[in-house]
Structures are given as structure tokens and as C-alpha cells.
Design a protein around this ligand. Structure first.
Ligand code: ZN
Length: 310
């Protein structure tokens, strides 16, 4: 069994409008934009990262805003809800704030005996806020969200799958343990994880398969401490029959990717080197950073990208 995984690292999704996306995460949700860069494979498209003060693994929501992309059709084989942790008692504050901000898809529901507040992002992205006891992570203090109400990072994610069995087997191999079942939902928790350490599998055998578009999660990344741990995970996955990519340098972490039986693309990303490797922590996310292979295209890229105000 794999013992190197610590919980989530980041979640990467697709958006339509970059400015709306930026404003939703930095203003409505009160996260910090920790990096403004471009897609490695499509350098005329932004890659925007939002998280806590430093973009600590387990707090980082990232987006590719494609201006002309169609909306997603949600279904199985995808991350349904990305879940953020807030302090016990904070949901009432958030419900009022999200209503005032005109956020769509708001609903309060109870799952595993806990209250959760579901809401939709600007492109219909599925999110939920959950109250997490004993979560010591500090929210970003630079927004207008009171610090005792702020988002601490991810608590985890809820996947929609046709059949949960193969995903249960994979997540158990990755170190997660099945803790509870509530109707069609199986909960797995990673003991000793980074706080973003819970995965719910919602089995929906008769739902249609998802089609990716704006508002879809593109992939979900799990955290390992360093490159040695990542190589150990890669070897164990490949020995078990998974097709895993070589290690790819993503500037702020190293990444490997593999497709899971439930249809979701998983990544395993290193906690090193982090988002402060090329920017002062006081100014994270302010300047447009380009991967070195695209640096010579800066003038052209800056002319193509829509301007983004903070
Ligand atoms: Zn990623």
C-alpha cells in the first residue's frame, strides 16, 4: 500500500471568463490569488491559482479560463463537489454572504450527520462548504472575509461515479480508509493527512457520463512531500498496472498523472518547491509568470491574454 500521499494538493478546473473567475475566488470566497501564469500546453490561456497565503498544498484551486469554451454537462466520471473547510458555526455567515453576492445553486443539506452548504461557481462548478472541527489551518487574512469565518483550504472532494467499487479499491491502495456509508455515498479518509484528506464517492449507476467544459474539474491532484516520495508512488502505481506519465516539471511542483477506473484524471504533485520560488511572498500572484520555454513569447502572450484586474 502507498503511504506517501498526504491528502489533496490542488484541484484544477476549466472556466469561461477569466475576470469573473478571478473575482469569484478572490472577492466572493476570499482566497488569495497565489499565481498568475499560463497553461503549459496552450500559453495563450491563463493558469490562475487561488489558495491560502502561500498556496499551501491542500488549499489550491486552479483554473484554465478558455474564453470560448462551452459549458460542461455534469454527470458521472468526474469530481462533483470540491469541498472547502470552514470553522464550526461559519455556514450561516457564508449562506448570507453568498445570497448577497447572487451566487447560484445554494442549498443546505445534511450528509453523514454534518451540515454542508452547496453552491455553484460562475460556470456552474460544484462546490460545498463544510464545517470542520479541529482544523488548525489559517485562512488568507487579506480579504474582507472575517478571519474566523475564512476558508481554511479543502476538506476534500465528492466524486460522482457509476460504480464505486474500483475507486474504493484504488483510494484504499493510496492510503485512504473507508469510514462510513450514507445511502449511495461512501466516505474515505486518509489518516494523518493534511486536512484536505476526505473523499466521498457518490455512486450514481443510472446517471449519464459527464462531458467536460467550463465548470468541470479537469483533474484532482494528491500531495506528496518530495520527488523521492513521488517516484515511490509512481513505481507502486505502475507495478499495480496503472499507466502513469513520466515526472513533469510544473515550475511550482512536479507532477505525474494517471486515469482512474472511475474516469477521473488523478495527479500526484510534490509539496516542493512551492509558489514562492519565483515571487516574494508579499506579492504572490501579482505579476504574469511564464514557464521558461514560453518566456520568449512574452510580448505576444501579453497581447493575447485578456487583461486581469485584481
Ligand atoms: Zn494539476
Amino acid at each position: 500500500m502507498i503511504t506517501e500521499i498526504k491528502g489533496l494538493h490542488h484541484v484544477t478546473s476549466m472556466a469561461g471568463n477569466a475576470q469573473k473567475n478571478n473575482d469569484f475566488f478572490t472577492k466572493t470566497l476570499g482566497l488569495r490569488r497565489v499565481k498568475k501564469t499560463v497553461n503549459f500546453d496552450a500559453p495563450d490561456v491563463y493558469h490562475l491559482y487561488y489558495g491560502d497565503e502561500l498556496g499551501t498544498p491542500g488549499s489550491v484551486m486552479t483554473y484554465f479560463p478558455f474564453p470560448n469554451i462551452g459549458r460542461a454537462r455534469h454527470g458521472t466520471g468526474e469530481v462533483g463537489d470540491t469541498e472547502f473547510a470552514v470553522a464550526p458555526g461559519a455556514l450561516a455567515f457564508w449562506e448570507q454572504r453568498l445570497v448577497q453576492e447572487g451566487v447560484k445553486g445554494l442549498s443546505r443539506e445534511t450528509s453523514f450527520g454534518e451540515s454542508r452548504l452547496r453552491f455553484a461557481g460562475p460556470d456552474g462548478d460544484g462546490f460545498a462548504l463544510v464545517e470542520a472541527a479541529r482544523d488548525e489551518r489559517a485562512p488568507w487574512a487579506g480579504s474582507d472575509v472575517p478571519e474566523d469565518m475564512g476558508i481554511k483550504g479543502f476538506s476534500g472532494a465528492r466524486f460522482r461515479v457509476k460504480n464505486a467499487a474500483a475507486s474504493v479499491e484504488l483510494l484504499r491502495f493510496m492510503g485512504y480508509e473507508v469510514t462510513e456509508r450514507d445511502g449511495d455515498i461512501t466516505r474515505l479518509v486518509l489518516p494523518g493527512g493534511n486536512g484536505a484528506d476526505r473523499i466521498d464517492l457518490h455512486q450514481m449507476p443510472s446517471a449519464p457520463m459527464a462531458q467536460q467544459g467550463a465548470g468541470s474539474v479537469h483533474h484532482i491532484a494528491f500531495a506528496v512531500e518530495d520527488r523521492a516520495a513521488q517516484l515511490a508512488v509512481r513505481k507502486q502505481l505502475m507495478d499495480t498496472g496503472y499507466q502513469v506519465t513520466p515526472v513533469i516539471d510544473r515550475d511550482y511542483f512536479w507532477a505525474i498523472y494517471f486515469r482512474t477506473p472511475g474516469g477521473i484524471l488523478f495527479e500526484v504533485a510534490t509539496n516542493e518547491p512551492g509558489f514562492d520560488r519565483d515571487e516574494d511572498t508579499a506579492h504572490l500572484g501579482e505579476a504574469l509568470k511564464l514557464p521558461k520555454q514560453h518566456a520568449h513569447l512574452r510580448d505576444r502572450i501579453e497581447a493575447i491574454l485578456p487583461p486581469l484586474s485584481n
